[in-house]
Design a protein around this ligand. Structure first.
Ligand SMILES: *[C@@H]1O[C@H](CO)[C@@H](O)[C@H](O)[C@H]1NC(C)=O
Ligand SMILES: *[C@@H]1O[C@H](CO)[C@@H](O)[C@H](O)[C@H]1NC(C)=O
Length: 481
């Protein structure tokens, strides 16, 4: 992922949203750049240019901006004035030291190491920020939203360590609330950086209200046979030595929690033993779905996502965002205006070469309902005994589906048979817009007067506003300031 790392270290806001131009319906296929605006920006730079930006969270209640960068967490006003800054690094560490350090002292030499922010979540119910870093095999701080005062930093138990991976775009967390009577949960999904026995790739944790509580981040359920986690089996690494799952995005919707991943394809390269230098690893983008209430992870389902435009396949997920359809896009997707729509940016092909010069990427939309429908169909056919579990990274041996007399409804959460399950057929998104000169790397979207509008950020630092008529309305450029 490092090669695709977005080295952003400047944040800008502007009040230029009024530059919205009339939506053109006459030439929908012709992307036209209507205007270029680069005035009246407010900008924010970290004190040190090497402290690249990792994550951004905005408090929807007051517009305060929280920014996770290498070695710092910042709280900024809506105008990007620094209100508070909190130091997270650098500290003496060694990536080969295993936690917890108070139990198991480390004999490796320690060096001053950067703390990359891997996860930044606002916990609204407890008025705190959850900020997880790369130092010490991935520990988290709980910071008060007001002043970034440290409320807690659990590190005395094995489950307090999320993984030592220092790539900020390979980890994603989702906080799930269940109402006032029961405590919240944190779903954590992370690349494991070659340590699959140590860190689960996906798990659900207890998110205690008291930041100093002993059970903070404990697995929701854990006994000898069943646990609310999935680890990548070591067999997988004999097939693909550098196997890992990169979590690009995540969200909760209805009864489910979803993650969007990029992962090596198991059948993609030659068998074990061949040199990895010559191997051209093929990647697939997949959506992972789990029931919010499933403590045994029997509901785990994986489905490949991709997009095809003009005969070109876009299969490498770069970024995604959950939004609502809006009346106009809803009509063309045959869904309701308030239905969930997933915006996703993919780059071309399935091979991630570090020196890849191709800038080709596409912005596509998926109706979440349609993805759920495909999953339901596959669950039903597997329970009729058709096909195999089809999840090569988790079950290297192909396991046939077992039949059981069962009708699968929309909220089916799995049994201890036929699980976890993979869907083999790719769900295709509907392409809205493609770009061949400046790769798209980020996306957000919203509904404005029945129209769906998306902002995409590009590798060179441009910001484009894209409408549901597939045209670029406005282009902003930060690098031209
Ligand atoms: C992440 O770790 C690698 C390997 O230890 C190191 O080369 C790289 O500089 C680290 N990244 C940051 C931002 O510190
Ligand atoms: C949005 O769509 C609804 C239903 O089609 C319509 O009643 C309403 O007038 C539209 N609003 C605008 C601002 O176009």
């Amino acid at each position: 992922m490092a090669s695709q790392h977005r080295k952003l270290n400047c944040l800008l806001v502007s009040c230029c949203f009024v530059f919205l131009l009339p939506l053109s319906t006459s030439r929908p296929q012709q992307p036209s750049i209507a205007s270029k605006v680069n005035e009246h920006y407010r900008t924010f730079h970290a004190e040190n240019p090497e402290w690249t930006f990792n994550h951004l969270a905005v408090d929807y209640r007051n517009g305060n901006v929280y920014l996770g960068v290498v070695n710092r967490i910042y709280k900024l006003s809506q105008e990007l004035d620094v209100l508070v800054s909190h130091q997270t690094g650098p500290e003496d560490d060694n990536r080969n030291c295993y936690p917890p350090r108070i139990v198991q002292p480390c004999s490796e030499p320690l060096t001053l190491t950067n703390n990359v922010n891997k996860m930044l979540l606002i916990d609204y119910r407890a008025n705190r920020l959850l900020a997880c870093g790369s130092l010490y095999q991935g520990i988290c701080k709980l910071l008060r939203l007001d002043d970034l005062f440290k409320l807690g930093e659990p590190f005395h138990k094995k489950e307090h360590y999320l993984s030592g991976v220092n790539e900020s775009d390979s980890v994603f967390g989702v906080i799930v609330s269940y109402g006032d009577s029961s405590p919240d949960k944190l779903f954590v999904a992370t690349a494991v950086d070659g340590r699959p026995e140590y860190f689960p790739t996906i798990s659900s944790r207890k998110l205690a209200r008291n930041s100093e509580e002993d059970g903070m981040f404990a697995y929701v359920f854990h006994d000898e046979f069943v646990a609310s986690m999935i680890k990548i089996p070591s067999d997988t690494f004999t097939v693909v030595p550098d196997f890992d799952i990169y979590y690009v995005y995540g969200f909760a919707s209805g009864n489910f929690v979803y993650f969007l991943t990029l992962q090596p394809e198991m059948g993609g390269g030659p068998a074990a033993g061949s040199s990895s230098a010559n191997r051209e690893q093929v990647f697939t983008s997949k959506l992972v779905r789990l029931c919010k209430d499933d403590t045994a992870f029997n509901s785990y389902v994986e489905v490949p996502l991709g997009c095809v435009k003009g005969g070109v396949e876009y299969r490498l997920l770069q970024a995604a965002y959950l939004s609502k359809a809006g009346a106009i896009l809803a009509r063309s997707l045959s869904v309701g205006p308030d239905d969930d729509i997933l915006y996703a940016v993919f780059s071309k092909g399935q091979k991630r070469r570090p020196k890849e010069t191709s800038q080709e990427s596409a912005l596509c939309v998926f109706a979440l309902k349609e993805i759920n429908e495909k999953i339901k169909d596959r669950l039903q056919s597997c329970y009729k005994g058709e096909g195999t579990l089809d999840l090569a990274w988790l079950k290297v041996k192909d396991i046939p589906c077992s039949s059981a007399l069962l009708t699968i409804d929309d909220n089916f959460c799995g049994l201890d048979m036929n699980a976890p399950l993979g869907v083999s057929e790719m769900v295709r998104g509907i392409p809205l817009f493609s770009e061949s000169n400046d790769k798209m790397t980020s996306v957000i979207a919203y509904v404005y007067k029945n129209h769906s509008l998306a902002y995409v950020g590009t590798k060179s630092g441009r910001l484009k506003k894209v409408s549901d008529h597939m045209s670029v309305l406005v282009q902003y450029c930060s690098s031209c300031l």
